[in-house]
Design a protein around this ligand. Structure first.
Ligand SMILES: Nc1ncnc2c1ncn2[C@@H]1O[C@H](COP(=O)(O)OP(=O)(O)O)[C@@H](O)[C@H]1O
Ligand SMILES: O=P(O)(O)OC[C@H](O)CO
Length: 495
């Protein structure tokens, strides 16, 4: 039975483990949610032990469901929520503080200073990122400044910093390996994405001692061996990548110009730009898509914070639906004469606006507005925000006519949303048969290294279409709706 790969997908709200066969078929899966901690407004933390234990538990459950043992697993691949920052004691493996999650905004003031004093230009040039609390650097600086004794211990080499991939790897290998991959490193705001190394100027700027940093490796390659006691036998870890980059790989977007967009709680759209790190002129991020054999592939990325979360708000906040899936039928039945627009800036707006002060707004309400129009506005908001990203990508990288958008994530179950997306983008939207593209991407990286999966070209041939949504909206209507959205965003951002 050898020739299976175990993928660990450690996400923001839940941890999944999946087993894939050599033909990329998923054969087992397990998932566990874990608590979110909000110690103060704008702060978001995870318990490091929750991240570890849900990973271990789901991995064991998936192996059990597949009826497989450690010796049947050729390799482990890890995909993870990115940027989330951990600092742990090398000796004991214990985190010195909860993980500070990517959504956490406690360092927003620090980032505002970096923007005000002109440092952002240097940050962007070296790391491809923007001075935002989203990324790891200011979170790590906060930990070193606020956890008693942390700075001295870090300088003495007793503490290790890492994103979630690095922390899980350290646990799996019983502390033997302190490493990350280039995709995760590219989200820290400490890594020069063109030179492929930690940047001494940025380390000085954020007062980060080099001694805390992990070694940066290829996304597919040897990452040590998970100790025998975890899975009943040793298993090699052969791949790691940030979850959005893993999804780009799982969607087989290997060629420059290919685009994937993932719709979960938020939305992350990545465009493969090949060997070229394209500097964005429209406030997109430049990031490492993958590193194999020392060769880096880059991507342009647009991140929006609220996609499926707008549907969650209708369900849990307003109680307008009992199930997310009801929103499609409601939207279809909405009054076409009522121009209700939702700008879901619940936590500010991400790319390309980056307005952390903006808050959500609804426009066009009348006495005749019902939950049908609100449902339509929530689903449409995802299409409009994606159009904003695509326009920025077109302007930055000149996308080819007829570029197809490959989609994945929980919200792609909504046919209505996917059709509106295709209409608003004016581009075909392809939904693959394997929805778990993040786990598949992690499995692919590990399986490639272990010799289970074929070279990219042959793997790309395994990608199978579930459904294509072709744009069907008249151009005039498309332009009118998008103009209305842009007006709503301008008003929301006070511009
Ligand atoms: N049929 C549907 N229609 C609209 N939204 C949906 C539907 N099914 C799921 N969603 C949304 O998709 C999101 C869950 O997707 P998932 O990929 O599991 O997210 P995450 O990995 O971020 O937790 C939720 O926000 C949910 O509201
Ligand atoms: O865990 P997800 O799927 O919400 O993804 C989170 C992203 O990696 C944050 O950058």
């Amino acid at each position: 039975m050898a020739g299976h790969v175990l993928a660990l997908d450690q996400g923001t709200t839940s941890t999944r483990a999946m087993v894939f066969a050599a033909d990329a078929r998923p054969v087992a899966a397990a998932q566990r949610e874990f608590p979110q901690h909000y110690p103060r407004p704008g702060w978001v933390e995870h318990s490091a032990e929750d991240l570890w234990l849900t990973t271990l538990t789901t991995a064991r459950l998936a192996l059990e469901e597949a009826g497989l043992e450690a010796r049947d697993i050729a390799a482990i691949g890890i995909a993870n929520q990115r940027e989330t920052t951990l600092l742990w004691d090398r000796e004991s493996g214990h985190a010195v503080h909860n993980a500070i999650v990517w959504q956490d905004r406690r360092t927003a003031a620090h980032c505002a200073e970096l923007r005000a004093d002109g440092t952002e230009a240097l940050l962007t040039e070296r790391t491809g990122l923007l001075a935002d609390s989203y990324f790891s650097a200011t979170k790590l600086a906060w930990l070193l400044d606020n956890v008693p004794g942390a700075r001295a211990a870090a300088q003495a080499g007793r503490l290790a910093f890492g994103t979630v991939d690095s922390f899980l790897l350290s646990r799996l290998t019983d502390g033997a390996l302190h490493a990350t991959d280039a995709t995760n490193a590219s989200r820290t705001m400490l890594y020069d994405i063109r030179r492929g190394d930690w940047d001494d100027d940025l380390l000085r700027l954020f007062r980060i001692p080099r001694a805390v940093l992990p070694e940066v490796r290829d996304s597919a390659g040897p990452f040590g061996v998970a100790a025998a006691r975890y899975f009943g036998g040793p298993v090699a870890v052969c791949g790691m990548a940030g979850d959005q980059q893993a999804a780009l790989t799982g969607q087989a977007c290997f060629q420059p110009g290919m685009v994937k967009s993932t719709y979960g709680t938020g939305c992350f759209m990545l465009l493969n730009t090949g060997a070229q790190a394209v500097a964005s002129r429209h406030r997109l991020l430049t990031t490492v898509a993958c590193q194999i054999g020392g060769r880096r592939t880059y991507a342009l990325e647009g991140a929006i914070f609220v996609a499926g979360a707008a549907v969650q708000w209708l369900r849990d906040g307003l109680g307008l639906v009992a199930e997310a899936a009801e929103t499609g039928a409601l939207a279809a039945a909405a009054d076409p004469e009522q121009p209700v627009v939702l700008v879901p800036a619940f936590v500010g707006l991400g790319a390309p606006h980056w307005d952390s002060e903006a808050r959500g707004a609804l426009y066009g309400l009348t006495r005749g507005t019902t939950r049908r129009e609100l449902a339509r506005a929530a689903l449409e908001s995802v299409g409009y925000q994606t159009r904003d990203l695509l326009e920025a990508m077109r302007a930055d990288a000149g996308l080819a006519e007829g570029t197809v958008i490959r989609v994945d994530g929980g919200m792609t179950a909504s046919d209505w949303s996917m059709q509106f997306l295709a209409d608003m983008l004016g581009a075909p939207v392809d939904r693959p048969r394997v929805a778990e593209t993040t786990a598949l991407g992690a499995a692919y990286l590990a399986g490639l290294e272990a010799g289970v999966f074929p070279e990219p070209e042959a793997f790309a041939a395994l990608w199978a279409l579930d459904r294509r949504f072709a744009p069907a909206m008249a151009e005039e209507r498309r332009a009118m709706l998008y103009a209305r959205w842009q007006t709503a965003v301008r008003r929301t951002c006070g511009r």
